[in-house]
Design a protein around this ligand. Sequence first.
Ligand SMILES: NC(=O)c1ccc[n+]([C@@H]2O[C@H](COP(=O)([O-])OP(=O)(O)OC[C@H]3O[C@@H](n4cnc5c(N)ncnc54)[C@H](OP(=O)(O)O)[C@@H]3O)[C@@H](O)[C@H]2O)c1
Length: 314
Amino acid sequence: MFSEHATEPRLSTTDYLGVINYNRPIHLQELWERTPRMKDKSLCFIGCGNMGRSLISGLLADGYRTERICAIDPDPEQRDTARSRFGIEVYADNPEIVHQADVLVLAVKPQQMQATLTALAAAMDISQLPLVISVAAGIRVAAISRWLGRDLPVVRAMPNTPAMIRTGVSGLFANQQVGTEHRQQAEALLRSVGAVVWLEEEQHLDTVTALSGSGPAYFFLLMELLEQAAVVLGLPAEQARLLTMETALGAAKMVMESSHSAATLRQQVTSPGGTTEAAITVLTRGRIDQLVLHALQAARDRSIELADRFGNRE
Ligand SMILES: NC(=O)c1ccc[n+]([C@@H]2O[C@H](COP(=O)([O-])OP(=O)(O)OC[C@H]3O[C@@H](n4cnc5c(N)ncnc54)[C@H](OP(=O)(O)O)[C@@H]3O)[C@@H](O)[C@H]2O)c1
């Protein structure tokens, strides 16, 4: 159960949180002050798998109190993992805890959303007006409201897998019922695992899914191909791997820390007649720009298709 009597965590202004805004380090104290009410809210996670646990882990690292977080998950293994890792209460089912929650975080698979929300609707008090934050890919606000049977404040978030190591990025969209305080609450949740970008239109979440949702896999693929090519050219596999990883990290850090765009940084390291230019000429002749555009379009279209498949059910 949520407890009102927990002690405030001790904060130090030197507690460094490097994942919030890549252009500027931010201190835990500052985040705490920026989202003053969030720490008092009770959060109930519906689904405590990979993404649910990543978010809980981020909140606790930000100084959120275990007493204000609980979860519901039918899988006994997931319950044990979350209990032992975080010390929070995790239930197989608990309508009472749903009644008490200020924020319901929906972290079940998209294909489980309809059954989950229909059951939640039956468990919820009619007068209850929690903020609903959904991280389920492709399930639109209209479907969430329809299955819950009421128009609640809903924020849809599209995080990505680096959220697991608190270097994720999320696209967020809020429906009209979401006010300033709810926005801050949703933002505090997702900021605990990385950067956030607010979207004006819900349909942009499909593009966010294609860009940053699926994006880590594109970089993994490029790294995989670079490693393979270096091995073909004679480097030992371990060395190829290390050189590729460090290059990816260095390039990402340079883009984050520089005021220049990726295009400018690329031009700066591409001397006319040099080695980089030789490689980039091959890539541009092979129409890498068109390939990337088509890849993103395919991912965006698939996101829309999946949303239609799972979200159009009554
Ligand atoms: N993982 C990512 O990187 C990522 C990124 C962006 C968005 N997301 C979104 O996050 C959501 C969760 O993904 P995930 O990878 O965390 O999935 P997951 O590991 O499968 O976790 C989902 C959990 O929810 C449980 N569950 C099913 N029905 C439930 C119910 N009615 N009430 C409470 N819990 C229920 C599942 O139990 P059972 O196994 O018994 O069904 C499972 O333990 C998905 O909608 C996904 O689109 C994930």
